[in-house]
Design a protein around this ligand. Structure first.
Ligand SMILES: [Fe+2]
Length: 305
């Protein structure tokens, strides 16, 4: 499968990774808790990345933030995962909320890329979200499942849909492959009728009882570029729109690139134009399962960039 065209890669040198890890583990982070209005920036300041610490990584995070809308995917390898990382929890992290030591670096990098946002009704408003398989969610469509996680824009169609998502892999699983697809690559290939249909408010989620959510366009404009809100679960309200949605869905399935996250890998995903998902895998629920941390960001205002 092709790698995403806008993909970029960096690696923290081991010596500097150790320095970053010491700095990250030493600080209180404000990663967990807080009752903020949905999608509002946290009132507590995000930790500031120390000047001079792995400057190429800091610069890449800031550049990713400036380029949101066309930033693609940025992969940074080599973050030092704490040696004393506890077993992967077996209950939601809102019931745990114990910093593992990586929260400060994750929040600081997210703060270089944009404003860190959280949702009071999602992961309890935590600014660092911890994702791992939970047995009672194994077959659902959430990041805590074990079955194929369908391709989606993170929290699509919300007034506060994040502009970017940052993942940090604490504990990997070779079988679980992250899927990404850059819709800016696909967009020029679609004919005019398909593009026009996708820009009309005709796409919704099915609700129990046969109704749907309010139909919305898959494609809007954001900072002079196409912005996509997509999920494999979307349905169309008419036959013309259904054909356009099928064209898009098939193109995503054919062109998605796979990324197998290793321990210490950071993956920055531009949520404006890159959709993501994950292959199914076989969690053991014994403390050794895959564990990711996630931050959501909103692009800084144009004048502030
Ligand atoms: Fe997601």
């Amino acid at each position: 499968m092709p790698d995403t065209r806008r993909g970029a890669r960096l690696r923290l040198p081991p010596g500097q990774a150790a320095e970053v890890a010491r700095w990250s583990a030493a600080g209180a982070s404000g990663a967990y808790g807080g009752d903020r209005p949905a999608g509002e920036p946290a009132e507590a300041a995000v930790p500031e990345w120390p000047a001079g610490l792995v400057p190429e990584v800091a610069a890449a995070a800031a550049r990713f933030g400036r380029d949101l809308g066309a930033a693609g995917v940025l992969r940074v390898a080599g973050v030092a995962v704490p040696a004393g990382l506890p077993p992967t929890p077996g209950r939601p992290y809102v019931e745990v909320r114990r910093p593992v030591g990586t929260e400060r670096l994750l929040l600081a990098l997210a703060g270089l890329a944009g404003e860190v946002i959280s949702f009071a009704d999602w992961h309890g408003g935590d600014r660092v979200q911890n994702l791992y398989p939970l047995p009672d969610q194994a077959t659902g469509q959430s990041a805590s499942n074990a079955v194929h996680l369908e391709m989606h824009t993170e929290t699509a169609f919300r007034p506060n849909t994040p502009d970017g998502v940052i993942l940090l892999c604490l504990r990997p699983d070779q079988e679980a492959r992250t899927l990404v697809c850059d819709l800016l690559d696909l967009w020029p290939r679609f004919d005019e009728a398909t593009r026009r249909a996708l820009a009309e408010p005709a796409f919704a989620f099915r609700l129990p009882g046969g109704t749907t959510t309010e139909p919305k366009p898959v494609v809007t404009r954001w900072r002079d570029r196409p912005r996509f809100n997509y999920a494999d679960a979307l349905c169309a309200t008419g036959p013309g729109h259904d054909a356009a949605l099928r064209t898009l869905r098939e193109a995503i399935a054919a062109e998605a690139a796979t990324v197998t996250l290793r321990a210490g890998d950071l993956l920055f995903i531009d949520n404006v134009h890159v959709v993501h998902g994950r292959t199914g895998y076989r969690p053991r629920y014994d403390g050794t399962d895959r564990w990711l941390q996630r931050c959501l960001i909103r692009a800084a205002p144009v004048g502030a960039r």
